[in-house]
Design a protein around this ligand. Structure first.
Ligand SMILES: [Zn+2]
Length: 350
């Protein structure tokens, strides 16, 4: 690869952490992801959450039914782990090809997580079974103790909760999702070589820091969980993502919320990046002079961790620039504002 390529062809990427919602919202946002990606790990935090294999199968059918004609996009379904989840149902769901992973939210950690896990002991039988049948655990890695400062919740989780899971379930594959801190980078680097720990990194956490949320006024569309941290952490994430190390991979955590729910006295957490996810990551890798490592991050490391083959087709990007789409209409009454809406990005998918 030349140092400043104007065109780039890579294996088709996958998104290892995506929120697609249901109904009109699903139908509006799915074409964005389907145009870019081969597969995506679909988050189960619907209302009510997707807990059982039967619920996941119904949700998958809705997603497949909402795909644009001719799309080969594959939704990879997850179970929402609760204190009452049945290990047999997880195993049956895995064997039937319905479940690819299981998501653990500490109770009340983020949007629609009220059903989350309150006590690790209660889900130990599930985690044992998942290790046995090869279902990775996807963790929203933040403590929910309101006494812990919001900017420290990930680091405290890594110190206090993650070791408990790892020690009690050494054979369980874990993905520490959407890491936002240097501590997250360090722990994944330390245990990545065991093959039992990896991390997704979002495009927005590579691009914004906590000051961005307050630049010139409060910017509710940059509020997400885990919240963006200080600049030193953003730089650590950029270094990790572009390092080529196999335990870091693409996971946007793209989460569409109606504009009214974001621009509110108590706005929701979540950033919608799916419209230009691949272009956003490509811009970061280009800025870091690491375009030669883009494909590993977007298209190879994730499938390898999940024991899946990479996609068999490619995408091509061109350095001709792209204006991020404006407001995305959902149903005539609600709309979603894409991250960097109206701004120019350097790369475009052709
Ligand atoms: Zn998420």
């Amino acid at each position: 690869m030349t140092q400043h390529p104007q065109r780039l062809t890579i294996r088709r990427p996958d998104d290892w952490h995506l929120h697609l919602r249901t109904g009109a919202m699903l139908r509006a946002v799915l074409p964005h992801s389907a145009a870019q990606l081969g597969r995506a790990i679909v988050m189960p935090n619907l209302v009510p959450p997707v807990i059982t294999a039967a619920q996941a199968e119904t949700y998958r059918a809705e997603i497949l039914g909402a795909l644009p004609a001719g799309s080969r996009f594959q939704p990879l379904m997850t179970a929402y782990l609760t204190d009452g989840t049945d290990p047999d149902d997880l195993e049956a769901g895995k064997k039937a090809g319905i479940f690819t992973a299981v998501k653990m939210y500490p109770a009340h950690a983020t949007t629609n997580s009220a059903h989350g896990v309150t006590d690790l002991e209660k889900v130990a039988p599930c985690l044992d079974r998942m290790a046995k049948v090869g279902l990775p655990l996807l963790v929203h890695g933040e403590v929910t103790d309101q006494k812990v400062d919001i900017f420290d919740r990930e680091a405290v989780f890594i110190d206090t909760v993650l070791p408990k899971i790892r020690n009690r379930h050494p054979d369980l594959k874990i993905v520490l999702e959407h890491i936002t801190t240097a501590e997250g980078v360090a722990v994944v680097r330390k245990y990545g070589p065991t093959g039992k720990l990896a991390a997704t990194i979002t495009a927005h956490h590579l691009m914004i820091n906590r000051s961005s949320i307050f630049a010139g006024g409060i910017r509710p569309h940059l509020y997400c969980l885990p919240i963006a941290k200080r600049e030193t952490h953003r730089l650590a994430l950029r270094e990790a993502a572009t390092s080529g190390e196999p335990w870091f991979f693409f996971g946007t955590d793209s989460a569409p919320h109606p504009i009214g729910a974001k621009e509110s006295a108590c706005g929701c957490a979540g950033i919608y990046t799916a419209a230009t996810a691949v272009e956003l990551y490509t811009q970061v890798f280009d800025e870091e002079g690491k375009l030669d490592r883009l494909e590993a991050f977007t298209s190879l490391n994730g499938p390898a961790y999940y024991d899946l083959p990479p996609n068999d087709d490619t995408i091509t990007l061109e350095k001709s620039g792209l204006t991020v789409p404006d407001i995305l209409d959902i149903d005539g009454k609600t709309a979603v504002l894409p991250f960097r809406s109206g701004e120019r990005l350097d790369w475009r998918l052709v």
